[in-house]
Design a protein around this ligand. Sequence first.
Ligand code: ATR
Length: 262
Amino acid sequence: MTKKFAVIGNPIEHSKSPQLHHAFAKHANIDLIYQKRLAPLDGFTHSIQEFFEQDGCGLNVTVPFKEQAYAQCDELSERAKIAKAVNTLWKKDGKLYGDNTDGQGLVNALQALDWTLQHSKILIIGAGGATRGVMYPLAQAGVAHITIANRTIEKANTLIHELQPALSHTTLSTMPLNALSGNFDIIINATSASLSGDALDLPDDLQFKYAYEMAYGKPSHFLQQAQQRNLPNSDGYGMLVGQAIESFYIWNGIKLNLQDFL
Ligand code: ATR
């Protein structure tokens, strides 16, 4: 029987998830259909109930519903608990299960680029949901130090204070966005600045080897600055594919290779 999957969000038209999952299914020789599902802003719960009642196997959740999905699950993975957000849902024995594959997607993407994570020093710019979602998987991958820089420094301080106990082998610190400095292996833009077309200035005092932008498909002032310095850099397409590969693994038990889909 054809397995039914979907990605749910609002808006949803732009989503590349159906294309990705259909490519994975072809590669793995699995019979599935993966659709886009637009939920009204006040109708997320009803929409997921309806999907699972109609024999849906698994749902990806995107903006703005990831926190609502987290709140509705009966069972959560460790990484979803720490992210406080869920992007992958499925039902088993009448219970709603939730996981968050965004962070592992980023880890997969960085590893596919051959940027070493073990013992590395990372700067993440931004202290919102995108940053929270990747902290635990980065720590699990052996990152030694993570500094979070944010325009609103209190938000970064609150986040590291909350997360430090769960990330005991990684040291966390913060930095105001207007005082970026220091030496890092990888810098990651997890702000929504590129989406709104805002500039993020990287001063000369800030040294790094690699730059990763979580957004994709838009010109990025952040990445342009890495390019001007002739440093390896990447947009977030690999992370998108990486999180989809992890969701596919949860639902279908088949682990695909990210490199095959870039
Ligand atoms: P997401 O879930 O995508 O992380 P979010 O929770 O709204 O979205 O967080 C957006 C992040 O981008 C925040 O860290 C925000 O900084 P503030 O906490 O100071 O608001 C950051 N951000 C958004 N626009 C920005 C800009 N133009 N310059 C710098 N940081 C920006």
